[in-house]
Structure formats: structure tokens, C-alpha cells
Design a protein around this ligand. Structure first.
Ligand code: NAP
Length: 509
């Protein structure tokens, strides 16, 4: 039921009032961060709609063996909700899921959440200045604000390899992991060598009788300096939060250096990028003596074109007698195995798809969204370039905040993106309330200015200055543009999100 709230009522006396102040689609860390900020701003009548059966987003969906964060946990968490009790520098996935549950409880978010409901489309209702949000099951909600927090890596990609449907054994995508599945003694194939595969492959290799890894594109892997955090340190973090804050600061600064010099300012700091590449090559040399195998595992594109990974076990796994790296391309899947272009057939029992996610076809946006005059967001992005002002709002889409949009990803930890967006929401809604507004909408000019700025800044990045032609990186869309990352330092992003000119928005009463 709608609560008595200034924002829900707005100034439109004669128009129909929406049922909710805000509908948030997605109950992962992005959606929860947005809900926390909305509540701080007095927007309390919120519905959070989640397609999965529980909260946590990525950290609910993914539970494959070996899953852990690859950004140190002191940084990969909300700055305003530190967890002193991470068991390791890089916490295992299950701890992230528990942390998500803790946040939901502490900030009283669960009562807003509906699970197992997939939003199908949303449209702006001009007459009533509200969003109409429709779910696959026929549920309709109306809201003053619509926020999408549907994730970047949330639409699993299943490869369309000929014959894959005829495979007689088990097929497991990493996002649909079967916890009970025992690989002991099995002949297993893993397709893919991205960040997921890098964590998973060493785990499967411990049990499988034979493991064949099908690699299409090699990945840069650097050492992971990981260790258990002693109880005494956890207690110190709990008793003196400033100590954990200091640890966060140091770690975030190191990540920032890597991101800014290695990726965003490749033109100016090529040496930083090449240094990271040398580190990864030395890591490979230390673990693999066989020159031919090493050559196969060495990427032929610049470091940073694709998200680099961190592992101490990945390369070494390929030296085990039960593990084979296959670089010949897959021609087809038969009921009993995989055939490669070199004519070799490998018989297997289980096929693991570590084939990642579709960002540019079924995501951006994750469902149909129509703004003013029926403008279709997905079609517009594809026709007119992917764009979003400050990575969060779009002209002709009033009262809409798109949290996983082009140029929104800032820094290496996703929490930087979330907290920047929370600042943007605070400033925008603060002004909205001050004016007693009914709608906000970013101006065309502001949007174009932001797009021009990020386009210019990206010219210095490894994406355009380096050699990414063979990387097959999901950072690039179909038009060959790298429209995912915001080309700014983390402090720069956070500052901009808290100080953007209010004149970049039009408010109506
Ligand atoms: P990904 O990086 O997109 O990797 C997918 C892999 O599957 C690639 O090696 C790709 O090869 C391969 N592949 C896809 N279709 C194929 C086909 N038809 N034939 C052969 N190979 C195919 O996906 P991901 O590993 O799931 O990782 C996605 C992102 O999730 C990461 O970049 C990271 O941001 C995040 N992640 C984070 C963590 C963490 O923090 N702990 C862990 C896992 C993932 P090509 O490269 O040739 O396309």
C-alpha cells in the first residue's frame, strides 16, 4: 500500500497517484545500495522486484567451486557497512552472500522484496507522471521512480555450438551450478577461460579423471596474494574500525593505480601496462616449464583489453597429468563428446559451460523500457550509440535511474560504482524534494556533454590505444566501442556524482 509520502503525491493533484514511490528491479548489491539511499532521502514506499528466488544478485546466483572475490574484501563491500569478519583477504563467494543478507536485514530491505518475479517491460505514463512496470506473470506496479539494478553480468551466455543439444551427458552452466554434482572419476570438458573458469578449473581438476579445457582466447593472469585474516586482526577491525578503513584506503589506492595507469591512461603510462604484462608473463614462466604450453596460454592482446584475472593455481593446473588444454576450435558436440577442427574427438561425461554472459544483446537494458513518446531505450542505444548521463540517467526517460548502464562502471570494485550512484541519487532527489517536483529528466545538452567527455577520455585508454583486436572482450559492444567503463579515476567519479550541476536536469511540478 502507498504510504503517505511527499514524493509519491508530488504536486500533481488531479493525476492518479502511483502505488509506489519507487520500483527497483534487482535485489543485488546495486539494488540494495539504491534502496538504502532512497530511504535516506525519505523515499520509503519501495518495491524491489527480483527474478531469482533470493537476494544477493551475482553472489546468490553463482556458487560454483572456487568462487571468491578477486578484489580484496576490504574494498569489495559498502564503505558505510564494513564487515570486520572477512575470513580471507579475498573472501569466498558464500561470505558475500551472507554479507548481502546482513545488509538486507540491517537496513530493513527484505520487506520490500518480491522474489521469483521477472519484470518484462516498463513504460512511462505521461498522463500520471509515473512508471508502469509489468512482470512476466501479469503483475503490474505503478511508481513515481523506476530504478534498474539488473547487473552487467546477469544474462548467461550458452554457446550455440552445433549439436550441443544432442549431448547425452550433463551440461552445467557456471551460473546454474549443481552443488551435489560429483566430478570424481569423470571425464569433464570446460569451455571458456574467463575469470570464472580460472577459479573453477583448478577445483574440477582435483576430482576429474580427465579434464579438457577448451580455450578460444587466452587470458592474462597475475598472482593472487591471498591469505586468511587472523582472528586478532578481525577483532582489531571490529574494535577499531579506523584500522579497516586504513586497509581499505591502501588497497583501493593500489587498485586505482592499476586501473588508471594500466587501462585508462595507456597512452600516457604505457610502461605501467607493460609492467603488469611482464608480471603475468613471469607468473606463467614460474608455473609452466613447457614452452609450447606457455605459448598457448600467453594472450596475444594487450593487458587490460579484457578483465585480467588473479590466480596462483590456474597455470599450474595445466601441468597435471589429468588436465589437457585444447586450443583447436570446437566444431561440434556429439552425444558422447566434442569434436575439434584438428579432427580430434574427446569423449566426456560432463560439459561445463564457463562461457560467461551476454551484455550487448539481451542486456542493456535487461527488459523493454519505453520513455516519453514511446521511446525504446534498447533500440535508441543501438541506433544512436550507448550512452547515459553520468552512467545513470537518460534524456526522454523521466524519473528513471539506470544503474547498470553504459559508462557507469567505475574503478575496479563494483562498490565504487554503487556508491557513486548513491551520491547522485542523494543530490538529485534532494533537489527534487526541495522543488516539490513531480518529474526529473536529464537535458539533452548535459547528456551530450557527458558522452563527448567520456568519448574523448577513452581515446587514451588501452581499448583504443592498445591492441585489443584479438581479445574478444565483453568491454566492447557490437559497434566496437568500449562503452562499459567510466574513464575517470575513482575520486573523480565520486566527486562528479556528488557535485554535478543541478541545471543538467529539468524538474517539473
Ligand atoms: P567471460 O570472461 O566472458 O569468459 C567466457 C569464456 O567463455 C571466454 O573464455 C570465452 O572465449 C569463452 N566462450 C564463450 N563462448 C564460447 C564459444 N562459443 N566457444 C568457445 N569459447 C567460448 O565470462 P566469465 O569467466 O564468467 O567472467 C565474466 C566476468 O565476471 C569477469 O570478467 C569478471 O568481471 C566477473 N567475475 C568475477 C569473479 C570474481 O570477482 N571473483 C569471478 C568470476 C567472474 P572468448 O574469450 O574467445 O570469447
Amino acid at each position: 500500500m502507498a504510504e503517505d509520502n511527499v514524493i509519491a503525491r508530488g504536486g500533481a493533484e488531479s493525476a492518479r497517484a502511483p502505488e509506489f514511490d519507487a520500483v527497483i528491479v534487482g535485489a543485488g548489491f546495486g539494488g540494495m545500495g539504491a534502496a538504502i539511499e532512497l530511504k535516506r532521502q525519505g523515499v520509503t514506499n519501495i518495491a524491489i522486484v527480483e527474478r531469482e528466488d533470493d537476494l544477493g544478485g551475482t553472489w546468490h546466483v553463482n556458487h560454483y567451486p572456487g568462487l571468491a572475490v578477486d578484489i580484496a574484501s576490504v574494498t569489495y563491500s559498502y564503505s558505510f557497512e564494513p564487515n570486520p569478519y572477512w575470513s580471507r583477504l579475498f573472501a569466498p563467494g558464500a561470505e558475500l552472500k551472507r554479507y548481502a543478507e546482513h545488509v538486507a536485514d540491517k537496513y530493513d530491505l527484505r520487506r520490500h522484496m518480491t522474489f521469483g518475479e521477472q519484470v518484462a517491460r516498463a513504460e512511462w505514463d505521461e498522463t500520471n507522471s509515473m512508471w508502469r512496470v509489468f512482470s512476466e506473470d501479469g503483475t503490474e506496479r505503478t511508481a513515481r521512480f523506476l530504478l534498474t539494478a539488473t547487473g552487467f553480468l546477469s544474462q548467461p551466455r550458452t554457446p550455440d555450438i552445433p549439436g550441443i543439444k544432442t549431448f547425452a551427458g550433463k551440461v552445467i552452466h557456471t551460473t546454474a551450478w549443481e552443488d551435489g554434482h560429483d566430478f570424481t572419476g569423470e571425464r569433464v570438458a570446460v569451455i571458456g577461460t574467463g575469470a570464472t573458469a580460472v577459479q573453477l578449473i583448478p577445483e574440477i581438476a582435483k576430482r576429474a579423471a580427465a579434464l579438457t579445457v577448451y580455450q578460444r582466447t587466452a587470458i592474462w593472469v597475475v598472482p593472487k596474494v591471498d591469505f586468511a585474516i587472523p582472528r586478532a586482526v578481525q577483532k582489531l577491525f571490529a574494535r577499531v574500525p579506523a584500522t579497516q578503513k586504513a586497509a581499505r584506503l591502501v588497497n583501493t589506492a593500489m587498485l586505482e593505480l592499476l586501473m588508471v595507469t594500466g587501462v585508462l591512461h595507456y597512452k600516457q603510462f604505457k610502461l605501467g601496462n607493460k609492467g603488469a604484462e611482464r608480471l603475468a608473463k613471469a607468473h606463467l614462466r614460474n608455473q609452466i616449464a613447457d614452452e609450447e604450453l606457455r605459448a598457448k596460454l600467453t594472450p596475444n592482446y594487450d593487458f587490460g583489453c579484457k578483465r585480467p584475472t588473479f590466480s596462483n593455481e590456474y597455470f599450474a593446473t595445466f601441468t597435471k597429468p589429468n588436465v589437457h588444454l585444447e586450443t583447436s576450435s570446437i566444431v561440434k558436440v556429439d552425444p558422447d563428446g566434442l569434436l575439434t577442427a584438428d579432427g580430434e574427438k574427446t569423449e566426456i561425461d560432463t560439459l561445463v559451460l564457463a562461457t560467461g554472459f551476454d551484455l550487448w544483446d539481451t542486456n542493456f537494458p535487461a527488459f523493454e523500457i519505453r520513455g516519453r513518446d514511446g521511446k525504446d531505450l534498447g533500440k535508441w542505444w543501438r541506433a544512436e550509440r550507448f550512452q547515459a548521463y553520468e552512467g545513470i540517467t537518460v534524456p526522454k526517460f523521466p524519473n528513471f535511474l539506470t544503474l547498470n548502464s553504459p559508462y557507469s562502471y567505475s574503478g575496479l570494485s563494483y562498490f565504487t560504482t554503487i556508491e557513486g550512484q548513491m551520491r547522485h541519487i542523494a543530490r538529485l532527489l534532494g533537489e527534487f524534494k526541495r522543488r516539490g517536483a513531480v518529474t526529473f529528466e536529464v537535458t539533452d545538452d548535459a547528456n551530450t556533454r557527458f558522452l563527448d567527455d567520456v568519448t574523448r577520455r577513452l581515446e587514451s585508454s588501452v581499448f583504443y590505444r592498445g591492441d585489443c583486436s584479438t581479445s574478444r572482450s565483453y568491454y566492447f559492444n557490437h559497434a566496437g566501442e568500449a562503452t562499459l567503463l567510466r574513464p575517470r579515476s575513482t575520486p573523480g567519479t565520486l566527486r562528479e556524482m556528488a557535485t554535478f550541476p543541478l541545471s543538467d536536469y529539468e524538474f517539473t511540478r
